[in-house]
Design a protein around this ligand. Structure first.
Ligand code: SF4
Length: 484
């Protein structure tokens, strides 16, 4: 899949540069630390309530793996059932095709405005921006998404896209960009929620077209499922005359019984709730009830390429709960923007480089945006071994990605040295001799010139006074030493 499969945020630097800037922002760090610590604690409590959590997690993993291995069966089945229920299914190979399909469907209704329920898939394809170019305005209706949209900002968390904003930021954004914000709006949560509610209600009542994502699709009945916490999704899914849902092809579950597993895993992992507040399900169209016209856009956008990778394919199990973000020490400090894509945190570090390919500096840097501590794996409700995929992608980044010219020269020199025992011996002697210059107290704290990039963030051990080979030759493999 080409690098155009998912747009990289314009002008986005590679992760280390973006993260360095984010870490220097004390207010951002404070907002992130507060929010992630709170959610993490609540989630741990909600998970601990279920004695069969490990079994549920294993069931979630196996259902997802089964679907991924049998997409050729489940996708046509879903299409058949949705069509039989009066819906229309569209297939999109990439972001460009999906955007075109949605824009044409909206234009066919004669409308120029749509209401949206928060959707990672539509963020992945840059739908709002594409619709804007086509003269169509998309209104986000999730509160956090609305804050991001009105602030001309980017989401920085899967579940709480405005996690980097505090209450006074939000009040300022509303007063600046919400045309019907009440005068004298305060930053109390109740006042902010009321302002958003009034603003959105007007949009819901006038919109003729709704756009949604899909959390799950039940193949054997053709039922689509959206989970959300505010009720805005329910409004988007029922009030408009036309509903267009965009869904990654991996979102299928075979049956309602399989759905039961995820309806336990997802709320507890994401919002730490025992049961999801608003779970909307719909099957095609029903006369006199809900939208009269329903379209489902099935999006590939790099997913079948990801599926072909035996190690990397497990990323497609993701149910976008965001638990891995809240436990990640790197995400907690750097925030979501540093990842340069709609998918931040540990899952973003493995999903974006697979969907987009490792062709850019941003994508080549993402597999390194981790300490490999494994907390994300522990938290993941579908047991995605994120550290394993990170290491796998690091190898790919070295093979395929853009490399610093200095690194290329250093690796060529290392290869030349290692190919000859004589050259290796000379290099080891030179390294030992340099010990007094570069290493004090057994540590190298600063390498000279551009090599300083390595020691800037870490100490390196000083070369030993004698190499292993020199020691072996001097002591006859330790025998002489034993006799000393
Ligand atoms: S990778 Fe796992 S923990 Fe992270 S968002 Fe996806 S399902 Fe949740």
């Amino acid at each position: 899949m080409t690098s155009s499969a998912m747009p990289t945020y314009v002008g986005m630097p590679a992760f280390p540069d973006a993260a360095r800037r984010a870490v220097a922002d004390a207010r951002l760090r404070g907002n992130l630390a507060h929010a992630t610590t709170t959610i993490r604690g609540r989630r741990a409590g909600a998970v601990a309530e279920l004695a069969d959590w490990p079994a549920l997690r294993e069931a979630g993993k196996q259902i997802k793996d089964h679907v991924l291995a049998n997409l050729g069966h489940y996708l046509p089945l879903l299409e058949e059932k949705v069509t039989a229920a009066g819906g229309t299914v569209h297939w999109a190979r990439d972001a460009a095709e999906a955007n075109r399909i949605v824009a044409d469907l909206v234009k066919a209704t004669g409308e120029t405005e749509v209401v949206k329920v928060k959707s990672m898939a539509t963020q992945e394809i840059g739908l709002n921006e594409f619709l804007a170019e086509e003269g169509i305005t998309a209104y986000e209706t999730d509160l956090a998404e609305l804050i991001v949209q009105l602030g001309d900002d980017r989401p920085s968390h899967i579940l709480v896209p405005a996690i980097h904003r505090n209450r006074s930021d939000i009040r300022d954004i509303f007063l600046r960009a919400m045309e019907d914000a009440p005068e004298g709006l305060t930053d109390s949560p109740a006042a902010l929620a009321e302002a958003a509610r009034r603003h959105l209600r007007a949009k819901f009542l006038s919109a003729k077209v709704g756009v949604s994502g899909v959390n799950f699709a039940v193949a054997d009945t053709g039922t689509l499922v959206v989970l959300e916490s505010e009720g805005n999704g329910r409004m988007c899914l029922t009030l408009p005359e036309t509903l267009i849902s965009v869904m990654g092809v991996e979102k299928i579950v075979p049956s309602w019984q399989d759905l039961e597993v995820f309806l336990q895993l997802l709320p507890r992992s994401s919002t730490a709730e025992r049961m999801n507040p608003y779970t909307s399900t719909w099957t095609g169209v029903a006369p006199g009830d809900g939208p009269r016209d329903f379209h489902l856009v099935l999006l590939d956008n790099g997913r079948t390429d990801t599926l072909a990778d035996e190690v990397g394919r497990q990323a497609l199990r993701c149910i976008r709960c965001s638990a891995c973000l809240n436990v990640c020490p790197v995400y907690q400090r750097a925030g979501g923007h540093a990842y340069g894509s709609p998918y931040p945190g540990p899952i973003g570090a493995i999903l974006s480089p697979q969907i987009r390919g490792i062709g850019s500096d941003v994508d080549a840097s993402l597999p390194y945006a981790s300490s490999l501590c494994g907390a994300c794996f522990e938290a993941c409700p579908v047991a995605i071994d994120i550290p394993e995929v990170l290491v796998h992608l690091r190898a790919r980044a070295v093979e395929q990605g853009p490399r610093h010219p200095l690194e290329r020269v250093a690796m060529t020199a290392a290869g030349w040295t290692l190919r000859s025992p004589t050259r290796l011996g000379l290099a080891q002697r030179a390294a030992s001799a340099s010990r007094r210059v570069v290493g004090r107290g057994g540590r190298i704290r600063r390498l000279p010139g551009p090599l300083n990039a390595w020691t800037e963030t870490r100490d390196a051990p000083a070369p030993p006074p004698e190499s292993f080979r020199a020691w072996w030759a001097r002591t006859d493999g330790g025998r002489e030493e034993g006799n000393e």
